[in-house]
Every structure is written in C-alpha cells, then in structure tokens.
Design a protein around this ligand. Structure first.
Ligand code: HPA
Length: 241
C-alpha cells in the first residue's frame, strides 16, 4: 500500500476512514491516519504537522509516524515538503523531486537502532529517494503537463527558524538546491523500515538572501495556496498509474 505524508499546506487529502493506532512504542503519530480510495487505489494519508498544523518540524514524532505506517502494510511513501529555493532554477511555485539530500538536522530521534534492543544495522543510504517512485512522479507530471524538476539536492535544516543568508551561501557551496526542514529523519527511517520513499517538494520562497526581500509567512502562504492545487493533481495522477 502507498501512503502520502502531507506537509505544510496539505493537512488532508481525501475523505476516508481512520485506520491504525495513534499510539505505538515510539509515542503518538502526528495525526490519525486516514485511508481512502483515490483513482481506484487504496491510499493512507498522514498530516506530518498534525491537522490542524501545530507540530513544528523538529517536534514531529517521525519514528511513531513511520512505524505506524509500516504496521498498516505501507511499503511506499510519497512525502510532500514545502521548501525554499537556493539555486536559480528553484523559483517559488516550482515542483521538485529531489534525488539527493544533505542532513543538517540535530537532536532529532533519527533512528530505530537506538539501543533499546540488541539490533543494529547500518543501512545503505547512498541514494535516499526511491527511483521507482521518482519515476512515477515524473510520469504523473508529464500526464498533467506540470513541469517537475527531477534533479536537486535537498538540504534539511533544523528550524523552526529560517536560515541566515550566510547559512544558505554555505549550503549552496555544499551543493544544495533547495532547503527544507522535514525530509530527515523521515527518509532515513523509511529506509530503515524498508519502505520506498520519495519527496515531492513545492518551492514556496526564495531562500534567505536569494531575493531582495525578507521572507514573510504571507508570501509563503500565497504560494502554498496555489501550489498545493498542483501537488494534489500530480499526486492523484501518480496514484492512477
Ligand atoms: N528554509 C527552510 N525550510 C523552508 C523554507 C526555507 O526557506 N521554506 C519552506 N520551508
């Protein structure tokens, strides 16, 4: 089964029934998981920041979320992430399917191998995003005539504050094209649980120092409102594959 993890601007996907438990040994999931039929296919939806949106990126219980999805038989995850644009092609409103990431987060519960049992595995994470799902996103984008940039490095910062201009310059030098706060530890935990994971990003602002204006939540919300319409269309097309 496939799951969608919705980010900022995507707190619900389609009406359905609540499934699974909100509590597991990692704690509470961000929200109830809703299962529905979309394009003839069963899909689970989980609002990463809760519904309504109240949980900050560093306070999301990523382990509880991923564990709960795994228990429901989810094997594939399409995650939606709002991001800032660093490299010139990553303009506000652009849709991006990153193929790489750099993790700048700290202090998050980022692994299932936490010493609570005797298990330890060093998972391969050379290519953090699943090519089969990235392919599905690209085909879906073509079928909806929506441009999708499919090569980008996603730098994951701790937040919740946005970055300084110098931090963005450093991330640029590191090779980051976009910056967000939520792909990690989510993608790593999905890999530990042997679930395919891909991210569909909506660029909602030029990153710090990448435009002549300061970043305002009003500007971000304007882009989110129009952009999430495209994200929904693309996800629905991907489910119809
Ligand atoms: N930085 C980090 N995370 C973000 C941004 C940003 O500029 N925009 C949306 N999420």
């Amino acid at each position: 089964m496939l799951a969608i993890i919705g980010g900022t601007g995507l707190n619900e996907f389609s009406e359905g029934e609540v499934v699974g438990e909100r509590h597991n040994h990692y704690g509470y999931t961000s929200a109830a998981i809703v299962q529905s039929e979309v394009a003839g296919r069963s899909v689970c939806f989980l609002a990463r920041h809760g519904n309504p949106h109240t949980i900050a990126p560093h306070q999301v219980n990523y382990r509880a979320n991923l564990w709960a999805l795994k228990q429901l038989g989810v094997s594939q995850i399409l995650a939606v992430n709002a991001v800032g644009g660093i490299s010139p092609a990553m303009v506000a409103g652009a849709l991006v399917s990153p193929d790489q990431l750099i993790d700048y987060t700290y202090g998050r519960e980022h692994t299932l191998y936490d010493g609570s049992d005797d298990k330890l595995e060093h998972i391969d994470f050379s290519f953090p995003f699943a090519e089969n799902l990235r392919g599905a996103l690209s085909r879906a984008a073509d079928s909806c005539a929506l441009p999708l940039l499919d090569k980008a490095v996603y730098g994951v910062t701790q937040g919740p504050r946005l970055e300084t201009a110098a931090e963005i310059d450093r991330m640029d030098r590191d090779g980051c094209d976009i910056v967000g706060m939520t792909a990690m530890p989510e993608a790593g935990l999905a890999r530990e649980l042997a679930m395919d994971y891909a991210s569909l990003c909506l660029v909602v602002n030029p990153a710090a120092g990448r435009s002549d204006r300061l970043i305002t939540m009003d500007d971000i919300h304007r882009v989110v409102d129009t952009g999430m319409v495209k994200v929904r269309a693309l996800l629905t097309a991907a489910l119809a594959e």
